[in-house]
Ligand binder design. Sequence first.
Ligand code: 3PG
Length: 306
Amino acid sequence: MKVLVATEKAFAPVAVNQIKLVTEAAGYELALLENYKNNSDLIRSVVDVDALIVRSDLITAEVLDAAKKLKIVVRAGAGYENINLAASTAHNVIVMNTPGQNANAVAELAFALMLCLARGGFNGKSGTELRRKSLGIHAFGNVGKHVAEIARGFGMDVYTFDPFVVEKDIKKYFVKVCNTTEELYSKCQYVSLHMPSNEKTNKSIGYDLLKKMPKNAVLVNTARKEVIDEEALLKIFEERPDFRYLADVAPDCKATFEEKYKGRFIFTEMKMGANTEEANLYACLAAARQIVDYFKTGNEKYRVNK
Ligand code: 3PG
């Protein structure tokens, strides 16, 4: 059995060592394709592998066509919109994710971005504090829950909207429940996005919601750039000089921000949310264990392409 770890953005070495330990203990061969630059490198490397571990790497129909022996792909992370699920199913390839393993790292990045903005990028001038400011957590999944825990420590006034989570599970985190997105955005100076990217959520954060945010609004996006309606965001930025945007991965309209809105945004150079040794370790270990468990017992618990 051959397992390939294919990562355009390599995992921390400590995490790769764990994959080695788990796969070797199961008697499997481990191959690494790290920091590759072209899709053709990936296509060449998958021809003889039985299992694949990836991050945001694009697993297209072309990659699946080349991977003649492939039985399982595990996305070491939560979001799996980078994997062509229909083509995987058509190729009899099981796709899994490792939900929750990156959640704390992403939540900490949301606070790093908020703090950096609130303190003016540590520029020597007086900034502001997060304490007693209102924070809206849009979607209360694994990352949203970690954001809620951290926000409590900061003394923020925390709200959420998530129609898929029951009220009693939200209240355990000392978070107030909003019944609509409009209510959430109207109440909160900071809104942090934690929904997946899919056909329902993409471009769902639009003008009507953003314009409801109170004075000195800060939108924090450590989810996916696709969930934002970028035209709407630019319109708000034009109309409201008090509006700020913080994002893990710059929007497609980054050049306009750089030209017109200096000081009102922070964009990471590269997707950084899950880039901690700890998150890499948890996600890698989960991915390797899920592969071994699938081959040994047929466990499909984290399968996402039914
Ligand atoms: C996730 O979906 O878990 C995160 O976005 C991590 O993505 P990455 O592994 O590409 O950093």
